[in-house]
Every structure is written in C-alpha cells, then in structure tokens.
Design a protein around this ligand. Structure first.
Ligand SMILES: Nc1nc2c(c(=O)[nH]1)N[C@H]1C(S)=C(S)[C@@H](COP(=O)(O)OP(=O)(O)OC[C@H]3O[C@@H](n4cnc5c(=O)[nH]c(N)nc54)[C@H](O)[C@@H]3O)O[C@H]1N2
Ligand SMILES: Nc1nc2c(c(=O)[nH]1)N[C@H]1C(S)=C(S)[C@@H](COP(=O)(O)OP(=O)(O)OC[C@H]3O[C@@H](n4cnc5c(=O)[nH]c(N)nc54)[C@H](O)[C@@H]3O)O[C@H]1N2
Ligand code: SF4
Ligand SMILES: [Mo]
Length: 706
C-alpha cells in the first residue's frame, strides 16, 4: 500500500547522511523525489566519498535501506490492543496505565528498554525520561547484548571505553592486525578495505574464528579455536610473547601498572596446554606471536565472537593484556580496539540509557555526577534513582513479584534477539502494560498493548557516534509519512501527560524538546566534564569537519581522534594490567547435548531482522534460518543440504535448513539469529562484570525431522 504524505515533498538536493544500520555508519546521499498523485514516494541512495569509513562503498543493506522509507510495510497509525487508534487515545491510555501501575507498585513498577540504534538525542532523552519523569531505576538497553564486555574491559584497563581509540584509516598503516572473533566481510563489508589496504602495504591479518569465514579467508593466518576458548588462547599468546622476548619492557615500565601479576599468571599457560583446550596448534600460535611481536605497528581488535560469553570481559582483558605487553595501546598506528556493532552503539552507551549510567559516561552512583546532571535537568539530585537491573535481568524480572509490571520499549526487538527468547516472550506477555515504539510491527511490537509508529533515520535529524568515536550528523532527507511521529515527540507527549507542569516543577514541554538540536545542546551540557565529553561538538562543526571525535570539551578544541597518545584515562594516566584466568563455558557439551552451537550474522540481514526481513532484495539472498554444519557431521546425521534439522538445547528447540560447509569445526554448528529460532536455544548465563549473555556458545543436539 503506498504511503500518502500530508504534503508532497519537493525534490531537493540529496541529504548527505549516514546508513541506518551498523556502526561503520557509511556515508550516503539520500535523494527523495516528490510522489506523483497517488504514487509512492521515491528514494535514491548513493554512497558518499567524503566519509573515511566507507569512502564510496556500501553493503547491500545500505544500498537497499530506502525500501522501508517508501514501502507500505511500516506502521503509520498507533495501535491500541491491536486496533488502529488516534495518537491522543494511545498516549492517554499509556499515561493513565503508567500512573496506575506506579501508584500500585512504586516508580520501579515501570521499566524502560532502549537501543543502540537510537540517535544520541533519543538515547539521552530516553534516559532522562526514565529518571526524571518515571523516576524509575529500571532502564537498560540492547547494547548490553552487544559490546558491553569490551566496554567493561576497556574501562578497567584504560579508564575509558571508546571502541576504536584511533581513526579507522590508521589500520592501513599497520604491519599486523589480529581480529579476534569478528567477521567484518559480512558484518561491515567496507571495513575490509582498510584491512586490505594494510595487507597491500605488506601487513599481515590474523583472524580467530571457529569458522573459516569470508573474513578469515582473507587472512594470512586463521586460528580456529573451539567456541568459548579464546581466553585460553589469549593467555597462551601472551605466554609465548613473553617467552620469546616480545614484551616491551620500556613501554610497560613507563605507561602501565600491574604487569608482574599478569606475567606470573600466564606462566602456567604453556602452548601445549593451550592447544589441548583450544584446538589451535602450537605452531600457529607461534606464528601469530611472531607476526605481532615483530610488527612495528600492530592492532588487536575484538568482535562479538570473543565478547558474547559469560567470560567476555575477562577474554577481552586477556587480549588487552597482550596488547599492553607488546606496547601497542597509545602508540601512533597501534593499539587495541573493539569493533562496535550498532549504528549508534558507541553513543548509545554513553548518555544514560544504561542501568548504571548518567550522560557523559558518568556513573549513576557517583554523587558528583548526580549533582551535575540534576543541575542540568533542574531537579534535586536526591530525586534521581539509583542503578537498576541489566538488560537480561530486567527482561527476566518483568511481571514477576517485585519486578516491573509495565515496559516502554524503544529500538529493540528482544523477542528475537534476547537470549532464551522463549522465556523472554513469556515475561513480556505477563506484563500489565507493554508499549513499543517502532517503525514496523516487529515480533515484540506484536505483543504490545500499545504500538507507537515512529519516524526513521532519513526522516529526522540527529547525531550518531560511529565505531571510531566520531560524532556524525544524520540529516533529514524527507518528512515522515502522515500519522507517524518522532521518538522525541513521543517522549515529550508522555512527559507532558505524566509529569507536569507542576507548580514550581520543571515545564515538561521545555524539558523534553522535540528539536534534535536543542536536545543535543542540552546533552552537550549534561556530558560536559564527563568521560564522554561532547561540550564542544555542534551540528555546524560536525557538518564542516565530517564528524568530531569525543572527548571535545569546548568549541575551540579540535576533538580527540587518538585519546591515549600521552596518557590513559585512569587517575594516574597509566593503563592497568588485570590478571584473568581461563574457565570453561557456562554450558559444555555432554552425551545428551554433544555439539557446540554458536550464533552470529549473515551479510544480507540486520539483527532481529525487523527491518531487513521486510526488504525483498535482501530476502532474495536468504529468507530462512539455517544451521551450518561440517560435512563429517552431516554424514553422521545423514543430513543433506536443504533438508530440515531440529536443533535442541536445554532451553528450547527450533528447526533450520541444513547448510553443509567444510569451513566450520566438526564439533560446532552455526545459526544466524536474524530469524526466530536461534535464541530459543541460547544460554542466558551472564558475565559477572558486564552482564553479557553467552550468545556465542551453548550445547545442543541435532535430530532429523520426521
Ligand atoms: N550483516 C550484518 N552486519 C551487522 C549486523 C547484522 O546483524 N548483520 N549487526 C551489527 C552489530 S550490532 C554487531 S554487534 C556487529 C557484529 O559483528 P561481528 O562481531 O563480526 O559479528 P558476529 O557474526 O556476531 O560474530 C563474529 C564471528 O564470531 C565467530 N565466533 C562465534 N563464536 C566464537 C568464539 O567462541 N570465538 C571466536 N573467536 N569467534 C567466535 C562467528 O563464527 C562469527 O563469524 O555487526 C554489525 N553489522
Ligand atoms: N543469538 C544471538 N543473539 C544476539 C546476538 C548474537 O550475536 N547472537 N547479537 C546481539 C547484538 S550484538 C545486538 S546489538 C542485539 C540487537 O538486537 P535488537 O535489539 O533486537 O536489534 P534490532 O533488530 O536492530 O532492533 C531494533 C528495533 O528498533 C526499530 N528501530 C530502528 N530504529 C528505530 C528508532 O529510531 N526508533 C525506534 N523507536 N525504533 C527503531 C527496528 O525496526 C527494530 O524493530 O542482538 C543481540 N542478540
Ligand atoms: S556496512 Fe554498515 S553502515 Fe555500511 S552500508 Fe552496510 S550496514 Fe550500512
Ligand atoms: Mo550488536
């Protein structure tokens, strides 16, 4: 069904903006044409050359991103119990239910769940709405499922978590890159150009992945560990690096603390022991260490493959320890970085939608932080709630005694993407009130009492912080269709209904501006003096400079592409070595469940698939969930490609179409999580520090169907 616009959009110069999907935030020009009478509006996308991350490249998801702006597959009217409703009806209902639930259960009776795809302005205002209007401590977001382990490890080691603490273009000049658990050829195709440039300049790429992925095929060395054993691998690599004299003693003495304890702790991780645990041959470990140790400039990167484990924080810490021993972080052209995933995965983790956090990457239990943010918001610091539950713990508590009875959800689809998703769906169904703001009727929105149709990327302004920590401007290319509101408008409408104006209290219409620029200016003040300081960043500067790197404390400051060159963000300026030890996965294989299941992504689909499963060109590439297995395993099961297999774990079962691939370990099967199924199986065991679930390894068995 075509979307009718309230007023036809004039054909304008294309808007120079960025892709709606991943953290590479490829630059693209979006040109919107005026619809003919009765016809659909048209959108044309071309890549931008001036954005270093993609420099003229896009992946198939980026090329096709316009389809959801024009197609009739999106929501254009609020839904109240599944029926079309007016905005006033829907919003009045939500406000009344929130009031009733909080009267009965207290402020924590209503929770908020956000997303790393939201702009900085939305993420900031969502956190403010939760703390200032709802006064609930119960807010967290899907970034917890994404890079939280890397964030925790970076904070621990460097006192700051800025995904890549250097511009992505630095990679081209490295002599070696170790990519641990990332598959950029499918998850960020234009990223591979930077790795290819490095190799063209004579550098070497090392990839660790249980599968010989499209990325691993481009590597000079592929280490293929058993899922969940990367921590042992990193300890083994450090053991070898020290034994072979690659530790940079001068750097360690000058720039770090705590090396001795780590040196002692890795002494027990001799290579043969590591080979037994990981399955990676000693010779390959030696080669990896020689490549890294002999490089003048080297970079260690981690992706979700090593991070999404119940020991993800310690695993990343072990890789950071290796990087520190080799003297990499804070050296020009070298370092450690986490390859952040979601469009605003970096900014979304900085401005207060996290359970323990206030804007500017401040801690919610820090009195000075509370004081600062409360002053910006015009409230008493004592009225700010404390820390709440982490994402999975929050979802798990919904509708239980003592847990929240209502949930407002913006920018996530946990029915597909949360671990042990069958249980999560049950918790969502048990709520007294579920409100979802989305562009499409996602599987989670389909369970909601109230669905609020929101505007999309190219229909509104805002800022996104990409994987380099570069703050970018998302420009408006066309107006939203009639009937659709922006998330900022939704938050304001709810704040006004719920919060005031009360005599002497803040004016909620002003406290919740619907103008992205005004929200950003407030975010700048709220972040000022924090770790992620945006005070000096303006829309004008971003436009003029093609992005500004935080921290940027004042408008005269140039921004900080490489924050660790002189000192780390710790109190004494030194990086911290943290001793860590290997441990097995939360759930290991046994007789009943003899195979490892690992999960991840395919090129054509994004996340829960809520957006990309509605795009024909992407469904034409792959439109069903599959289970990838080694030929030996397929033979044992007498399973042929195209047949369906049942995959069973302790938490649930699902089916998948067989794909036979010699590139996977024979003890491991892989499923993408873009379709319902994979997460019915996954293990919600959480990392003790980051609260990351163990998406990347659990035990399963396979059965033939019929
Ligand atoms: N096409 C596409 N691109 C995306 C996304 C998407 O959904 N689709 N999502 C975006 C987001 S939010 C993110 S977070 C990034 C994620 O980007 P990546 O981290 O590259 O993505 P994944 O596919 O989750 O995992 C990477 C690899 O880890 C491997 N792996 C699995 N288990 C283990 C293990 O135990 N050890 C090791 N060493 N490797 C393991 C998998 O085989 C997989 O190839 O992608 C972003 N880009
Ligand atoms: N098994 C397994 N599970 C995983 C992972 C894995 O590797 N394996 N990876 C995890 C990772 S890294 C991530 S990041 C999560 C992501 O999983 P989800 O949080 O489910 O991510 P999306 O599918 O991007 O969901 C975003 C939703 O918000 C909507 N949306 C997009 N933009 C906006 C906006 O501006 N406003 C509003 N209101 N809505 C918007 C989209 O239509 C979509 O429905 O999945 C995690 N789950
Ligand atoms: S790599 Fe990421 S940002 Fe670039 S076009 Fe693809 S999905 Fe969009
Ligand atoms: Mo992610």
């Amino acid at each position: 069904m075509p979307i009718s616009l309230s007023a036809p959009a004039p054909v304008k110069a294309p808007a120079a903006t960025h892709c709606p999907y991943c953290a590479l935030q490829c630059g693209m020009n979006v040109a919107a044409g005026a619809p003919e009478e009765g016809a659909d509006r048209t959108v044309t996308i071309t890549p931008r050359e001036d954005v270093p991350a993609n420099a003229g490249g896009l992946c198939q998801k980026g090329w096709t991103a316009g389809e959801l702006l024009t197609g009739g597959r999106r929501l254009t009217t609020p839904l109240l119990h599944g029926e079309p409703a007016s905005w006033d009806e829907a919003l009045d209902f939500v406000a009344a239910r929130i009031r009733a639930l909080q009267a009965e259960h207290g402020p924590d009776g209503v929770a908020v769940f956000g997303g790393g795809g939201l702009t900085n302005e939305k993420a900031y205002l969502l956190g403010k709405f939760a703390r200032m209007v709802l006064r609930t401590s119960q807010i967290d977001y899907n970034g917890r499922f994404c890079m939280s382990s890397a964030a925790a490890a970076s904070n621990r080691a460097f006192g700051m978590d800025r995904g890549l603490p250097f511009p992505i273009t630095d990679l081209a000049a490295a002599d070696a890159v170790l990519l641990a658990g990332g598959n950029m050829a499918e998850t960020m195709p234009p990223f591979v150009r930077h790795l290819a440039a490095m190799r063209q300049n004579g550098g070497s790429l090392i990839v660790t992945d249980p599968r010989l992925t499209a990325t691993a095929r481009q590597a000079d060395l592929h280490l293929q560990p058993t899922p969940g054993t990367d921590l042992a691998l990193a300890l083994g690599l450090l053991h070898l690096a020290i034994a072979e004299g690659h530790a940079d003693e001068a750097y360690v003495a000058e720039r770090t603390n705590g090396f001795d304890a780590v040196r002692t702790s890795v002494a027990a991780w001799w290579p043969e022991r590591v080979e037994r645990i990981t399955g990676v041959p000693v010779s390959q470990m030696r080669r990896a260490v020689a490549i890294l140790g002999n490089a003048r400039r080297a970079v260690i990167l981690t992706g979700r493959g090593v991070e999404q484990h119940a020991k993800g924080t310690d695993t990343v810490t072990a890789f950071i320890n290796l990087a520190l021993a080799l003297g990499l972080p804070g050296r020009p052209g070298s370092g450690y970085g986490c390859v952040t995933g979601q469009g605003n995965g970096q900014g979304g983790r900085e401005h207060g939608q996290k359970a323990d956090q206030l804007p500017g990457y401040r801690k919610i239990d820090d009195p000075a932080a509370r004081e600062h943010v409360a002053r910006v918001w015009g409230i008493d610091p004592d009225d700010l709630p404390g820390p709440g539950r982490s994402a999975y713990e929050l979802l798990d508590a919904l509708g239980t005694a003592g847990g929240p009875r209502g949930l407002l959800l913006f920018g996530s689809n946990p029915v597909i993407s949360a671990p042990r998703a069958g249980h999560v769906a049950e918790r969502l169904r048990s709520l007294d009130l579920l409100v979802v703001s989305d562009l499409v009727l996602s599987e989670t929105a389909a369970l909601a009492d109230v669905v609020l149709p929101s505007a999309q990327w190219a229909e509104e302004e805002g800022t996104m912080t990409n994987l380099e920590g570069r703050v970018l401007l998302r420009r408006r290319a066309l107006p939203p269709p009639a009937g659709v509101r922006t998330d900022l408008e939704i938050l304001q409408a709810l704040a006004v209904r719920l919060g005031g104006p009360v005599p002497g209290g803040p004016d909620m219409a002003r406290a919740f501006s619907t103008e992205p620029r005004e929200v950003f200016d407030e975010l700048r003040r709220a972040s000022a003096g924090g770790v992620a300081d945006y005070a000096g960043i303006t829309y004008e500067r971003i436009a003029a400079e093609t992005g500004v790197f935080w921290p940027c404390p004042d408008t005269g400051h140039p921004g900080t592409p490489r924050p660790f060159l002189d000192r780390f963000a710790t109190p004494d300026g030194r990086a911290r070595f943290v001793p860590v030890d290997h441990r097995p996965p939360g759930e290991d294989v046994d007789e009943e469940y003899p195979l490892y299941l690992t999960t991840g992504r395919v090129l054509a689909h994004y996340q829960s698939g809520a957006q990309t499963r509605r795009i024909d060109a992407l469904n034409a590439v792959v439109d069903e969930t599959f289970v990838e297995l080694h030929p030996d395993l397929a033979e044992r099961l007498e399973a042929a490609p195209g047949q369906t297999l049942r995959v069973i774990s302790r938490r649930g079962e699902t089916e998948g179409v067989v794909r036979v691939n010699p590139a996977i370990r024979a003890d491991t099967v892989f499923m993408p999580f873009h379709w319902a199924g994979a997460n019915l199986l996954t293990n919600p065991e959480l990392d003790p520090v980051s609260r990351m679930p163990e998406f990347k390894v659990c035990a399963v068995r396979l059965e033939r169907v019929g």
